[in-house]
Design a protein around this ligand. Structure first.
Ligand code: SOE
Length: 396
């Protein structure tokens, strides 16, 4: 029986469920050097906490994260709370000598992210991780390996977009639409993912951002619990729900230059009508290209420019083959595909490996690594604000 890793999870909403599921499943599918123990779930809503703990198998529950992060029994603090809480919670956990796994983006602001990076750099005992889960799609991990092995040669283009459509005018003013809680809108939520993916797959860094546009199409939203979706009817007699100001972007687009010479385009939006969770990236190099679309997450498209022209073409690789594709051996036979939740289970397996001093299957973003993504987020917002190019050397 491997030693235990006692976990305290802060947050019980969407990521609270995704992470709880991952902690439950990981040791069923991977031979882990540490056994994740679901020790304490922390949330603000005491009424919802007891049933959540019971449903997901948490031993204890508590509404005070400050109390829990200091408990000697806790080994790993998992932060899945709104962005504005990340820094305070991570600093408290690190000063209590805990390892920390924080949801993306690292923080809502560069200032908070910097404080987290600095605090992490000052401890040799505690490890830090950031839940950039899309790295753990086997197809994305394979793309990383193909580029790293030189299969694409010199890279020319990175073309990434993350299109959602849940941010329409009926969507209530939840925390993600308020700068004081989120820091930014679709930008920090979705561009964060594709910036991390681009950096991970290319193994390169962005050195300049330009041509950035940040747009807020919907500046007023119904207040939560004020009738919410559909509260503002179409008829004259419809009750007009109370509204509040949304002060974050609904979309951010920008261009980028990479250190190695490649150029890139990035687009994140919550108003791409018709797209649900359309996270795609394509990379073109001198010897070929790779293309990934999360909504078909088990497939990597690969083009080998050195193949005989009579047979050359985009090859559809089903990344489910044990021994050939990352993580595939832990799951099902070839062709039995994985889903969104498996990326989090794969991440728990890698975190347990790292905490046990072993190599994860796929590199894990630390706070320092995730800070580099946060710098790009900041550079893009500055470029949009000043309608000019911003070099990353100007954003510390
Ligand atoms: C936004 O709705 C969101 O939940 C992101 O915050 C997640 O990181 C992404 O994986 C799915 O969409």
């Amino acid at each position: 029986m491997p030693p235990s890793c006692n976990i305290a999870l802060l947050g019980q909403k969407f990521m609270g469920r995704a992470h709880s599921n991952a902690y439950q499943r990981a040791s069923c599918f991977f031979n882990l050097p540490l056994k994740p123990v679901m020790h304490t779930i922390v949330g603000r809503d005491l009424i919802a906490l007891a049933p959540f703990a019971d449903r997901w198998g948490w031993k204890k529950y508590n509404t005070s994260w400050k109390e829990v992060v200091k408990e000697s029994a806790i080994d790993l603090v998992d932060i899945s709370t709104p962005n504005y809480m990340h820094a305070e919670q991570a600093l408290a956990a690190l000063s209590a000598g805990k390892h920390v796994a924080c949801e993306k983006p690292l923080a809502g602001t560069l200032k908070d992210a910097r404080a987290m990076k600095v605090a992490a750099s000052r401890t040799r005992k505690c490890k830090t991780f950031v839940w950039y889960n899309y790295r753990r799609c086997p197809a994305v991990a394979l793309a990383h390996e193909l580029v790293k092995s030189g299969k694409l040669g010199k890279l020319y283009h990175v073309r990434a977009r993350y299109l959602q459509s849940w941010g329409g005018p009926d969507t209530p003013l939840v925390w993600r639409f308020q700068k004081k809680y989120a820091g930014s809108g679709a930008h920090g939520d979705l561009n964060a993912h594709i910036i991390d993916m681009a950096r991970f797959i290319t193994g390169d860094q962005i050195v300049e951002v330009s041509g950035a546009i940040a747009e807020t199409f919907i500046s007023e939203r119904p207040l939560p619990n004020a009738g919410g979706k559909g509260a503002v009817g179409r008829g004259r007699s419809a009750h007009k729900a109370a509204v509040g100001k949304s002060d974050v972007d609904d979309c951010v687009l920008f261009l980028a230059r990479f250190h190695g010479g490649a150029v890139g385009s990035f687009e994140a939006t919550r108003l791409a009508t018709g797209h649900d969770n359309d996270n795609t990236i394509e990379i073109n190099g001198e010897f070929g290209g790779v293309r990934f679309a999360f909504e078909d997450m088990n497939v990597l498209w690969y083009y080998d420019a050195r193949e005989d022209a009579t047979t050359a073409g985009w090859r559809r690789i089903m990344c489910t083959s044990a021994g050939n594709h990352p993580y595939a051996g832990a799951w099902w036979p070839d062709g039995h595909v994985l889903g969104y939740e498996h990326t989090f289970v794969n991440m728990v397996a890698d975190i347990m490996a790292s905490l046990a001093g072993k190599e994860p299957i796929v590199p894990l973003p630390t706070f320092a690594d995730a800070y580099e993504t946060q710098r790009v987020l900041e550079a893009a917002m500055l470029a949009a604000k000043h309608r000019s190019a911003v070099r990353l050397s100007e954003v510390k």
